[in-house]
Unconditional design. Structure first.
Length: 126
């Protein structure tokens, strides 16, 4: 799990998400409320649909108004193996990890695959 993922507060303007999403390594911005509870996710598509195409001002449109509910979240107490199974079953690349609704991390399939491979004992003859 990637702990403390990049997030923005619900009251911040859409422009802030746009600035973050310009970076190629940022695919989505997690939006949280004042106590860190996950409000939703904003992607490039969200910005185009909810701000640009809708004619809204990115300087005054709060992220909380345009953030989309995530497809799913997982609880921080879920084991790594169960978390990986969850990602595989649903064909998700990543999923927010929450603890009592508060965003505490992101579980990414590629990271889990590497971690599980490191934990596997070598096959006989290797």
């Amino acid at each position: 799990m990637v702990a403390d993922p990049f997030s923005l507060r619900a009251e911040q303007p859409a422009r802030d998400a746009g600035e973050a999403l310009v970076r190629p390594e940022v695919r989505a911005v997690f939006v949280v409320d004042g106590v860190g509870r996950l409000v939703g996710v904003v992607t490039r598509n969200t910005l185009v649909r909810e701000v640009v195409a809708a004619g809204r001002d990115p300087e005054t449109t709060p992220l909380g108004e345009i953030a989309e509910r995530p497809n799913a979240t997982i609880d921080s107490g879920l084991s790594l193996v169960d978390g990986f199974a969850f990602l595989e079953e649903r064909d998700y690349e990543r999923v927010p990890v929450v603890d009592d609704g508060r965003l505490v991390g992101v579980l990414a399939r590629a990271v889990v695959q590497r971690r599980l491979a490191e934990d596997d004992p070598p096959a006989d003859g290797e």
